[in-house]
Design a protein around this ligand. Structure first.
Ligand code: ATP
Ligand code: MG
Length: 335
């Protein structure tokens, strides 16, 4: 039998290049050979957007369209909505006894996200809810509710997979060997940087190129991307290694990459021309994605039917797994 894969996204905004190269490109390759559960994590999105349910609701649909537009095949992948599989919530409650508060606060991903919130919202960003600090527990439930063996994610997610593995080991040591310890699966581009040069392009960080961005928006963003600050004049030599424009040329595999690099180093290439070339290449890369998006935007009922089908399949699997968990924890009163 083929191995089971679980991965997911938070419906907090559209897909960007970080998702595509950091994670989704891998998903496209894996969908042919694995039993693949792809979760739209609306409950996790609510942990830091609980006061904005419209945003999450709208983005469930948007993310589904993005995923279908890049080529996720709903006949091969169980594309589902987290909140509609309540077994995940049940499992989260059981796991919440198996992890300490200090361990959650020490989780590097959580720590980082709290620091980012602080940078965005000042001291208010530091006050986090029980649900937010606890989302790694819920994510462990996401993975194990489907007996997920492999979890293809970006590098920012590695501490969350480790947290899940710890919970699984603890569970198995107390209740018997019921759960599987998942393994992470990284892409070639483990972490895609933001337009501002920061380490991670993120939906909530306002530093990304979205797959749904129009030419006008892409142009504006690329024109504003960070380049070598020491290059003042058009023919100053520059360092492509610290230029985000060169970085994205590399990411999308622009032709003549070596030339671009050499010309930049020798001062034979102005930033404006280099940016214009990137805009052209980027729009070519996005073209087939935009075409598919237009189709699904015109057929929202098809998107709804795909989500309903995927969620039913996911729930059937989670119910099976939950039954074995309830038995192990001796709360299987009426099963
Ligand atoms: P948010 O800011 O709301 O958390 P996000 O941009 O981090 O959004 P997620 O939905 O949390 O996106 O992540 C979905 C998947 O995409 C995860 O596997 C994550 O590791 C991966 N991913 C997101 N951003 C990047 C990036 N810049 N580079 C590599 N992988 C990424
Ligand atoms: Mg994230």
């Amino acid at each position: 039998m083929s191995k089971t894969i679980l991965t997911g996204l938070r419906p907090t905004g559209n897909l960007h290049l970080g998702h595509y190269f950091g994670a989704a490109q891998n998903w496209l390759r894996l969908q042919d050979d694995y039993d693949f559960y792809l979760e739209i994590a609306d409950i996790q999105a609510l942990t830091d957007n609980f006061d904005n349910p419209e945003k999450v609701r709208k983005n469930v649909h948007e993310i589904a369209i993005d995923l279908l537009s890049i080529g996720i095949n709903p006949d091969k992948v169980h594309l589902f909505i987290q909140s509609a599989v309540p077994e995940i919530a049940e499992l989260t409650v059981i796991y919440s006894n198996l992890v300490t508060m200090s361990r959650l606060y020490r989780n590097p991903t959580v720590k980082n996200e709290i620091a980012q919130r602080k940078a965005l919202f000042g001291n208010e960003g530091e006050s986090v809810t029980y649900g937010f600090v606890g989302y790694p527990v819920s994510q462990a439930a996401d993975i194990t509710a489907f007996n997920g063996q492999l979890v293809p994610v970006g590098e920012d997610q590695l501490p969350l997979i480790e947290q899940c593995r710890e919970i699984v080991r603890k569970f198995n040591s107390i209740y018997g060997k019921v759960l599987i310890e998942p393994e992470p699966l990284l892409s070639k581009f483990r972490r895609v940087k933001g337009l501002d040069g920061s380490e991670k392009m993120g939906k909530s960080l306002n530093n990304g190129i979205f797959l749904s961005d129009s030419e006008e928006v892409v142009s504006k963003k690329i024109m504003g991307a960070v380049t070598d600050p020491d290059k003042i004049k058009k023919d100053d030599p520059a360092n492509p290694d610290i230029c985000m424009v060169y970085y994205y040329h590399k990411l999308i595999g622009s032709k003549n990459l070596e030339n671009i690099c050499e010309e930049c180093k020798l001062g034979k290439r102005g930033c404006v021309a280099c940016k214009k070339e990137l805009i052209k290449n980027m729009m070519e890369f996005l073209k087939p994605i935009h075409e598919k998006r237009a189709y699904y935007e015109a057929h929202p009922e098809e998107v709804d039917a795909i989500l309903l089908k995927g969620t039913k399949e996911a729930r059937a699997k989670a119910k099976e797994v939950m039954k074995t968990v309830r038995q192990a924890v001796k709360i299987d009163y009426f099963d």
